[in-house]
Design a protein around this ligand. Structure first.
Ligand code: PLP
Length: 444
């Protein structure tokens, strides 16, 4: 029996009329992507739901790719922003001192850094994740005087050229238009299956002066690879990599843009492994309300920047500072939210495992950690059938992985038990529909 309790929730009601897409087809670039899978015009977002212009209601298991960990328009965050706008609070401030920035820094120091015994300088980068990664890579190169950065198979770090060089996805790399340099790719934890420790492989390559690997400025990784297919690095592997980095004189950069801000349980995804990265990147759910906001954090001793050396007009998104501070105060003042996320993660895992067991003969398996879990359904074609069938039932859900073979649950962390059950019921129906014959349930 699933530990998710059945509570009353709104029912997903997809619109059935064929949408008129002529405006988008005529005027918007071909580069558009998510809107192709979810071809509706959305007008409202509330909690775990999105609503379209025909009154259709969709349960959102994509959450802006983990940007809406607190759901759409969280009332506490929205109220804080409305009050700030109402009093003519500074909206844009370059990197000037503002009341909103001070409140954010204070809350971040008191509620996030101090309780975790972390001493990081906070760098406000341009507001996208990729900009925070660029800053991290630049800083590591500047501090060490080295150029090479080790990144991993299936890693995803952003679309600007430095971060793209560290990204594994061939389709995205293909858009660069020039050779992507300065990064050496290494196999992530588990890349060759059980029994091959890829940390050994990395250690051996770095210890051999004739391996052809230039001494690295940094080792850059995600603790759970969001876009790369929900691959999870074990705590032991992470500790090994941290030690390998230290021995090689390289900095450890954890890209926590998707896995951070509670998505895998703790505020930072690396907490449970007991490692302290030299540099950390954060973005996506940091503002809490979906407003662009990114940070690069680093040990104070690494703060080698000269003023303005990594600049950006939108480093002072004060509206995002307001909602981010409100989110920290509302959700991270004690461990209640973390415990709640852990409870829901267990429920999510249990339910996904039940589905995977039913279709074990078809090779289904559960991947991921925390509220960043999904089903590897063995091919991108099957995954697309499933996500399409989900959307037809009012569930927005996407895929990830090298072949888009993982159906990824990224629902809001604030989702109710009833909504989670409803969404997973739809997912199970869609899996059953996509895979044809329903197999008998395996014994519990
Ligand atoms: N790093 C990780 C781990 C990500 O998942 C992403 C985006 O999905 C990025 C970096 C890039 O962030 P952005 O799209 O805000 O540039």
């Amino acid at each position: 029996m699933s530990p998710i309790s059945a509570t009353l929730t709104p029912t997903p009601r997809p619109s059935t009329r064929r949408p008129d897409l002529r405006l988008y087809e005529r005027r918007e670039s071909q580069v558009r992507s998510y809107c192709r899978a979810f071809p509706r015009t959305f007008v409202r977002g509330s909690g775990s739901y999105l609503f379209d212009d025909e009154g259709g209601a969709y349960l959102d298991f994509l959450s802006g790719c983990s940007t809406l960990n607190y759901g759409h328009n969280d009332p506490a965050l929205k109220q804080a922003l409305l009050e700030y706008i109402e009093k003519d609070g500074v909206a844009h401030g370059l990197d000037m001192h503002t009341e909103a920035k001070a409140e954010f820094l204070q809350a971040f120091e008191t509620l996030i850094l101090k309780p975790r015994d972390l001493d990081y300088r906070v760098m406000f980068t341009g507001p996208t994740g990729t900009n925070a990664v660029e800053a991290a890579m630049k800083l590591a190169r500047k501090v060490t005087g080295r150029t090479n950065i080790i990144a991993f198979t299936n890693g995803f770090h952003g679309m600007t050229l430095g971060a793209l060089a560290a990204t594994g996805n061939g389709g995205k790399r293909g858009g660069a238009g020039l050779p992507l340099a300065g990064v050496t790719r290494m196999p992530y934890d588990g890349y060759f299956g059980d029994g091959i420790d890829t940390a050994d492989h990395l250690a051996a390559m770095l210890a051999d002066p004739s391996s052809g690997i230039d001494a690295p400025a940094a080792i850059l990784l995600e603790v759970v690879q969001g876009e790369g297919g929900l691959n999870v690095a074990s705590d032991a592997w992470l500790r090994r990599i941290a030690m390998i980095a230290r021995n090689a004189g390289a900095l450890l950069i954890v890209d926590d843009i998707q896995a951070g801000v509670g998505r895998t349980g703790g505020f930072f995804s690396f907490e449970r492994a007991g490692i302290t990265p030299d540099i950390v990147t954060l973005a996506k759910s940091l503002s809490g309300l979906g407003l662009p906001f990114a940070l690069t954090l680093f040990r104070p001793g690494l703060d080698d920047w000269t003023p303005g050396e990594h600049n950006g007009t939108f480093r002072g998104n004060n509206h995002a500072f307001v909602t981010a501070a409100a989110a920290l105060k509302h959700y991270w003042s004690d461990d209640a939210f973390e415990r709640e996320v852990a409870r829901k993660s267990d429920a999510l895992k249990g339910r996904l495992e039940t589905i995977a067991r039913r279709f074990a003969a078809r090779g289904l398996r559960v991947k991921g950690r925390g509220m960043m879990m999904g089903l590897d359904v063995t091919s991108g074609e099957i995954a697309e059938k499933i996500t399409t069938a989900c959307f037809a039932r009012g569930l927005i859900i996407e895929t990830s992985g090298g072949h888009d073979e993982v159906v990824k649950v990224l629902c809001p962390l604030t989702i109710t038990d009833g909504e989670l059950t409803t969404g997973l019921d739809i997912l199970e129906k869609a899996v059953t529909e996509a895979l044809g014959t329903e197999l008998p349930a395996a014994a519990e």
